[in-house]
Design a binder for this molecule. Sequence first.
Ligand SMILES: NC(=O)c1ccc[n+]([C@@H]2O[C@H](COP(=O)([O-])OP(=O)(O)OC[C@H]3O[C@@H](n4cnc5c(N)ncnc54)[C@H](OP(=O)(O)O)[C@@H]3O)[C@@H](O)[C@H]2O)c1
Length: 371
Amino acid sequence: MKYPFYLLLHIHFSIVSNEGAKEELSGVDCLTEERVDKVVKGFLEDVEEDLLEAKAWPVAYSAYVVSKAALNAYTRILAKKLPDFCVNSVGPGFVKTDLTYNNGVYTVQEGAKCPVMLALMPDGGPSGQVAVVTRANRGIGLEISRQFASNGIIVILTCRDEKKGIEAVESLRAFGLSSVFHQLDIAGANSGLLKNILKQTYETAENCVRTNYFGIRQVTEALIPLLQVSNLARIVNVSSSLGQFKLISNEKAKELGDADGLTEEKVDEVVKGFLEDVKEDLVETKGWPINVSAYIVSKAALNAYTRVLAKKYPNFPINAVNPSYVQIELNYNTGVLTVEEGAKGPVMLALMPDGGPPGLFFDRWKYQAFD
Ligand SMILES: NC(=O)c1ccc[n+]([C@@H]2O[C@H](COP(=O)([O-])OP(=O)(O)OC[C@H]3O[C@@H](n4cnc5c(N)ncnc54)[C@H](OP(=O)(O)O)[C@@H]3O)[C@@H](O)[C@H]2O)c1
């Protein structure tokens, strides 16, 4: 018999309906080891007397569910009792092992990552906060990851190239900082280097808007459901001062500045219209910027999208930030700021307390109008 082990991934007190158990295990303040023992012993007595269903214990895999719920409750007690230690429990995900008849979706290597990361957590952590950083293998993204990890935040470091991502995780580990790598190609398999933005063709323009706008949109849409159930959600889109609307004279693109009537579809239309004009060699005629136009359009679209999102999800701050001109390989390290300085604005916006500003554009940490 194959078991639906997905049931076992999220052992939460709420799936134990037995009244006594629910009350005893979920009351954080009055939880004690003795109370947890009492629940488990009560469960065993009910098994012996065949009262599982009558006493509202889970019918499927009840011993497993109760034992894990008890473990979670005990973890909480320990964490309270030993505040100088990091005591946590973790669901490794649905892992391919004998227990799951190798039906899991994760390999054992992947399943072990979170427990290992929690065990190696630097002092002061975990704060329970998780940050997903895209394009994090180098430059500003890597530094943002480093600053998050230094703040005790669990970092999911993502980038398109697995080897580079693992090297980035290793480079943080050299500073005693933990992060977890997850391969994520926000631009799709054919993306080229952003260096190509300087000598623009249709292909490079398309790559650029895919990386800086459509890719970010896709990742955001995938993560929004998770962010909505978090009580500390934030989105920080790393944009650029080149994304200011005033740099684009194209008539259709004026819609990007219309904060009230803007929608995701309208932003998409502007970007697609731009790509059509690139294809037809109408960039100058149609009032698009002549130099680095794909970069400018992609960042303006990102800024506009940030505003739309912030309006759609008013319960958490969603902002865009220009990290400023930062020393990276792409600009041959000619930037005026180090990556440490450049990462500060995005990190600060991500860590801002509740009630922070929504839907704004920041030049580092200074508010600036989108246009
Ligand atoms: N540096 C500045 O002065 C400056 C100023 C304003 C705004 N920004 C913004 O800051 C963000 C971070 O940029 P950065 O300065 O750290 O350097 P970057 O060269 O823009 O980005 C480095 C990261 O982006 C990935 N990447 C580059 N081109 C890609 C593509 N076509 N498809 C998918 N991934 C791609 C790289 O992956 P690979 O290693 O695999 O190539 C790496 O993970 C960007 O959004 C950039 O526009 C930077």
